[in-house]
Design a protein around this ligand. Structure first.
Ligand code: UDX
Ligand code: UDX
Length: 426
């Protein structure tokens, strides 16, 4: 198939590389000329395991092209996949400006049959609106089909998720494009879920909202365990054996961040309110999540009541391990709170040298704890679990280790005479 992907961001690039590798002829366009220029020189602007190689391989095979000629490309390709950004707005709704821009271009360049596939996460009703807009602009309904095809990619595992999807969701208005759509992905055993345009949009939101709900439930349970001096990890193990619950996304800690969960939770709430539907549960999920930073700060202050002029080391600044993405990272929120409380903050992250006023960023993990009063584990990078705690002990001035991701073996820490602090960990 000949596919034009609008938007060379996180989702656009990973999807473009995979579809080209599946054997399709793919052109990825972006309005940012500098981004396209660097992609043409083989420089990939985002970090995602395996993406560099896959892009290079398919550029070499000529199955993957990059261009900033957005209009020409959208005109010349029969399948348009929209992967532009839908950032959050003040009121929590999604900004659809970029989607509108692409729809304008499609309206002005459609004169042969096209399938328009929306992959960006958009509020319910958006794809219906795209359909109505094209009709209103005089495009005959026989000349196009709009399809909602949300992605469920996890950062750091995006290519794995593309090659091993657990489902492929297509929302359509008619059955006409289905035959073509079934040629798009290599799906393995993944089931197709065919539904309406709005149905597909809501599957995406419901998925992320449910993942966020599971995490907030885990965090609330960890608080209860903490009060009863019980290890939350045992409870998570018990919960996880029940296939109705599932063992994933039960890790307690500083809460969820990233470019998707917080944003989609707000956008779903906004979409519900638009229809006068109250969202008590979603609100609680957000509230529990937002309160996690304070919970861990209070835990630290049980040992260090006055944080003024204290030197605190934070290990991990990305929103989760395996990515260089700082978008809505709980670690960054924590660091800003520590600075507000008058701390001198030092950080180390395997992927990112944090540039933030008042923060000393170190490339060396152990150098970063030198003379510190306390160490906080805020992102559970695997190397932190294997740390040499005697080295940490010898370098720190204080002896407090706050495990804000419930991932460290407290026995190893205590064995070195360090004070282990956690929530729901005894
Ligand atoms: C996007 C959506 O924001 C998210 O909701 C969805 O889940 C996945 O896709 P992401 O890929 O991370 O997320 O977006 P971003 O990194 O912001 O990339 C968007 C790209 O589209 C940028 O490169 C931007 O320059 C480009 N763009 C945006 C266009 O090419 N044309 C436009 O009109 C607007
Ligand atoms: C998420 C969804 O998983 C993915 O399907 C969707 O397409 C985009 O949003 P991503 O944002 O990459 O993917 O991150 P994810 O792995 O889901 O983690 C989200 C946040 O939740 C991270 O901050 C992570 O630290 C946190 N988390 C995750 C927990 O606190 N506990 C857990 O058990 C799992």
């Amino acid at each position: 198939m000949r596919i034009c992907i609008a938007g060379a961001g996180y989702v656009g690039l990973t999807t473009a590389a995979a579809l080209a590798d599946f054997g399709h002829e793919v052109i990825c366009v972006d309005m940012e000329e500098s981004k396209i220029e660097s992609l043409r020189q083989g420089k990939v602007p985002i970090y995602e395991p395996g993406l560099d190689e896959l892009i290079k391989k398919n550029v070499k095979k000529n199955t993957l092209l990059f261009s900033s000629q957005v209009e020409e490309s959208i005109r010349d390709y029969p399948i348009i996949l929209i992967a532009v950004g839908t950032p959050s707005q003040e009121d929590g709704s999604s900004n659809l400006t970029f989607i509108n821009q692409v729809v304008e271009v499609i309206a002005s360049t459609t004169n042969v049959y096209k399938i328009i596939i929306t992959k960006s996460t958009v509020p319910p009703g958006t794809n219906e609106w795209i359909h109505q807009t094209l009709v209103a602009k005089g495009i005959n309904e026989d000349l196009f089909d709009v399809v909602s095809n949300p992605e469920f990619l996890r950062e750091g595992l995006a290519l794995w998720d593309l090659y091993h999807p657990n489902k492929i969701v297509f929302g359509t208005k008619t059955s006409r494009p289905i035959k073509e759509l079934k040629k798009l992905y290599v799906r393995g055993k993944a089931p197709y879920i065919f539904t309406s345009l709005t149905g597909a949009e809501l599957i995406k939101y419901a998925s992320n909202a449910f993942l966020a709900t599971k995490i907030s439930f885990a965090n609330e349970m960890a608080r209860i365990c903490d009060a009863y001096e019980v290890d939350y990890a045992d409870i998570a193990k018990g919960l996880g054996t029940d296939p109705r619950i599932g063992r994933y996304f039960l890790n307690s800690g500083l809460g969820f961040g990233g470019s998707c969960l917080p944003k989609d939770l707000s956008s779903l709430k906004h979409s519900a309110l638009r229809k006068k539907v109250e969202t008590k549960l979603l609100d609680a999920v957000r509230e529990v999540n937002d309160a996690q930073i304070e919970l861990y700060l209070n835990k630290l202050m049980t040992e260090l009541p006055d944080l003024t002029e204290k030197q605190i080391t934070v290990w991990g600044v990305t929103f989760k391990p395996g990515t260089d993405d700082l978008r809505s990272s709980p670690a960054i929120t924590l660091i800003n709170k520590l600075i507000e409380k008058g701390c001198r903050v030092h950080t180390h992250d395997p992927m990112v040298q944090l540039e933030l006023p008042g923060v000393h960023s170190h490339t060396d993990q152990y150098e970063s704890v030198t003379d510190s009063d306390a160490l906080i584990i805020s992102t559970e990078w695997p190397q932190f679990l294997e740390s040499d705690w005697s080295e940490v002990k010898s370098r720190m001035k204080g002896s407090i280790v706050l495990d804000a991701r419930n991932c460290i073996d407290e026995k190893l820490v205590r064995r070195q005479g360090l004070v282990y602090l956690g929530v729901g960990k005894q």
